[in-house]
Ligand binder design. Sequence first.
Ligand code: 13P
Length: 237
Amino acid sequence: MIDPHDGGAGREPLQQAEVVEDGPALRTELIHIARTTVARGLNVNKSGNVSVRCARGGIEGFLITPTAIDYRDLTEQDLVFIGLKDGRCSGKKAPSSEWRIHLDILRARREFGAIVHTHSPAATALSCHGLDLPPFHYMIAVCGGPDVRCARYATFGTQELSDHALAALVDRKACLLCNHGSVGCGDDLAQALSIAQEVEHLAHIYLLARQLGDPLRLNDEQMRAVIESFRTSYGQR
Ligand code: 13P
């Protein structure tokens, strides 16, 4: 029985992400990443939300974008700190309506340090058909496994949506949210953004490929070889 709260399959959590201290530099970086989601076409106006794991006075938690404030207007003081243990918010503004997704992922998946949620067009189009991203391209493996699952639909901002997202993220760094968007997770803000962008790029290619019919899929063995290569040998040493 897979327990989404331990990241999947009862395995030991991966290495804990580094917990940095809340401070001006981290807040500036978070705002920069939120604005970058718009600059790169992953979000428009005020869609999506961003969080980063951090500590404040010995209390572990995370910073998150406030709800319904255009990223262009955000200041460092608008970000909200939420304690990981008690879920208590501190800040002048109300947190993103999706704070439960961020809280539940950062609680359950100690290896993640940041989360980027988007309404990026291709990923969202796919999610509107309730479709997973299958192993049609080897780069799917950067999201942690042979596919990117689409979480079941629930109203935005609900615990139900968070539960579905956590289940779809078992052994993965990303998922789609049915009729809604995508979630990307990483060690840090830059990585979470990169995963969200990779999901969007792959979804775009998949939608193009589907115009000629159902594309070829890599089999389990082929995907295992890619996942292993990403884990052990690919990249600069
Ligand atoms: P927030 O402004 O509350 O973060 O909501 C945006 C969003 O994308 C909800 O899923």
